[in-house]
Structure formats: C-alpha cells, structure tokens
Design a protein around this ligand. Structure first.
Ligand SMILES: C[S@@+](CC[C@H](N)C(=O)[O-])C[C@H]1O[C@@H](n2cnc3c(N)ncnc32)[C@H](O)[C@@H]1O
Length: 334
C-alpha cells in the first residue's frame, strides 16, 4: 500500500494525481516506530520533515531537471531552485553521520530565458532533408513499434529529422524559441549541500546514450549532444564504514574506482518519462551504503532505486508526489 492521499493537477496529457503536501498519513507506524520498506506519496519536502534523525545511510535520487518534463512544467526556475534547495536542506538531520547523499543530475541545465542574448548561427552549409512529415507519419503507421532510430534508418535520414518532423520542437528551447540560458547545476547543488552540512566527496560521470531528441540544442552549433550526466556524492561528517569487500577486485577495477560509468539509458518512456537504469542505482547503492542499511529516494518515480535496494539486501524508502508513480514504485517487482 502506498501511504498518502490524492489531489489533482492536469499534466502529461491526463490527470496526474498529486498527493497533497504530506498527505494524511505520516511514515510512522501506529506504535510510534518509523516504518520503512515502503513508498510514500506526497511532496518530498513534507515527507522528509517527518523522518527521524540520523536514519538514512544513503539518499540517492534524480530530481526534476527543469527541462520541460510533464511532472515539472508547473515549476518556474525559481520554484525549481527552491524545490531542490529545500529537499537538500531536509537531509541535514536525517542522514546518518558518515552517510551519503548522492544526486544524479544533468550538469548542464538549459531553459528559455528572454533576458539573455539569443544565439545566432549563420549555417554556411545547410542541408535540408527531403523527408516530409507525411512520410514519417506513414512510416510510423506501418511500423508502430519502431523507435526513432529505426524510422531514421528506414527513411534514410537522421534521427533529428524524424524528431523535427514529428514534434516540431524539443525540451531544450533553441533557435526558434527564446534564447537558451545555460547553467551548470553542480555549483548550485554543491552550494545547497554545504548549507545543509554536507561536503562534496566524489563525483561520477554517467555516460549514457546520446540523446538526439534534444538535438535542437546541438544542431547549428558547436555544442556536443546530451550524452552524460553527473552523480554528485556528498558526505555528512562522521565515521564512514569502509569495507573493501563490498565489491569484488574485478568490480573495483571495472567501475568501483572509475570515474566514468558507461551504462545504457532506459529507452522505454511509456510508463515514466525519466527512469534511470537499474545498473546505475545498483552501483551507487553497493558503493555508498552498507548491507542492511537504509536507502532513500525522495523522487522515486517508477521505483528504480527502491527496487534495486531491496534486491541488494538494503532497507528502502521512496517518495513521489505523483500517486500513480508512487503506486508504480510500490509495485516495482515486489
Ligand atoms: C527524474 S524523475 C525520477 C525517476 C526515477 N529515478 C526512476 O528511475 O524512475 C523525478 C520524479 O520526481 C517526482 N517529483 C517531482 N516533484 C516532486 C516533489 N516535490 N516531491 C516528490 N516527488 C516529486 C516526479 O513525479 C518524478 O517521478
């Protein structure tokens, strides 16, 4: 059972059931003991404030990135900053001394901002694809399960062309829309973590699949495509249990001691728009939490972190503001 009530907000083209701040039931069991191994529906800020002190060994999460996904469209840039800052601040008491807060985030944040100069490119070798929207629609009708990449191969054009013909735009702003503001998120989260008593301990780069869907960011420019994200690991001062046997010698060599992790992205986005791979969660959990330790994800989405934590013999706790996602996470292979 997911703990929490339901509110209402229109989003991602259907009713998104949003739990009220905190819902009606807190995470406490009737006898006053805090119950874990469950998913709570509600706003992370309210739910985290209800947790006991120093109970979490590792909090691992991927927040909204402010790139226009349906679950974050209602947030202004200031709202987004406030959400992340407050959630980080809510961790100050609940993570055990010596424990970790690991945040997975795209380091380059892009969003439309009318106040900055608009980038203008004079493309001296412009090549326009002759593939039409009608052709793309016909190919999609004939192959309804085909991914963009497969449609591109079929029609002999780029994935960008398929995307443009289908969507006309993308999540990253771009040349037809307002000027695109570009910010590094690492500095922001590091500042907020330090305010909350955490110190930057390490970072890993998740080298994911190139995200061609965001190609208007990259096309007609010298920018790279979107193909990596960061995991910023913050440490709460205290004694950290260091156990070399958490990984095998070959795991240490292959990824435990390595800064760049090549892990395929989750390509399906039919149930949740932004799942991260189980392999990513598994590596972070195995490195930064002890067996039997409590792993928290306050933006649990489809439940990747909590599912993997359970498989790895950890206690787990997930929170999501969307009751449908909270239910999905609760049911994730359990
Ligand atoms: C990037 S997704 C997380 C995806 C997750 N890591 C997975 O693998 O499925 C961010 C999630 O945060 C949730 N969310 C947004 N605002 C929230 C808030 N204030 N409190 C709790 N959850 C929130 C969204 O509903 C969304 O599921």
């Amino acid at each position: 059972m997911v703990t929490g009530g339901a509110g209402g907000r229109e989003s991602r083209g259907r009713m998104l059931r949003r739990a009220p701040h905190g819902g009606t039931t807190g995470p406490s069991a009737a006898n006053g003991q805090h119950a874990f191994d469950r998913i709570l529906a509600g706003d992370a800020r309210t739910r985290l404030a209800q947790l006991p002190d120093a109970c979490i060994d590792l909090s691992f999460w991927s927040p909204p990135y402010h790139v226009g996904k349906s679950y974050e469209r209602h947030l202004s840039f200031d709202d987004w900053r406030e959400l992340l800052r407050s959630v980080i601040h809510c961790h100050s008491g609940i993570v055990k001394p010596g424990g970790f807060l690991a945040i997975n985030i795209g380091d380059i944040l892009c969003f439309p901002d009318a106040s900055i100069p608009k980038f203008q490119a004079d493309n001296v070798r412009r090549k326009t694809s002759s593939v039409t929207r009608e052709q793309v629609l016909a190919a999609r009708k004939a192959h309804p399960r085909a991914k963009r990449q497969e449609l591109a191969a079929l029609l002999g054009c780029s994935e960008q062309t398929i995307h443009r013909r289908l969507e006309h735009n993308n999540v990253r702003g771009g040349k037809q829309s307002m000027a695109t503001k570009v910010l590094l998120t690492g500095c922001l989260v590091a500042e907020w973590a330090e305010e909350a008593g955490f110190y930057l301990y390490d970072q890993r780069i998740w080298h994911k699949d190139p995200c061609w869907a965001n190609s208007r960011w990259h096309s007609n420019s010298y920018r790279a495509v979107d193909e990596f994200e960061h995991i910023y690991v913050f440490w709460r001062p205290g004694i950290t249990q260091y156990d070399r046997h958490r990984l095998t010698p070959s795991e240490w060599a292959q990824w435990g001691s390595r800064g760049v992790w090549r892990i395929r992205s989750v390509s399906r986005n039919d149930r949740h728009e932004a799942e991260f791979p189980e392999e990513l969660a598994g590596r972070v959990i195995r490195l930064f939490s002890p067996p039997g330790g409590l792993v928290l994800d306050p933006f649990v989405g489809a439940g990747t972190t909590t599912k993997v934590a359970k498989l790895l013999g950890r206690r787990w706790l997930g929170i999501d503001i969307d009751t449908e996602y909270a239910q999905m996470a609760q049911n994730a292979d359990r």
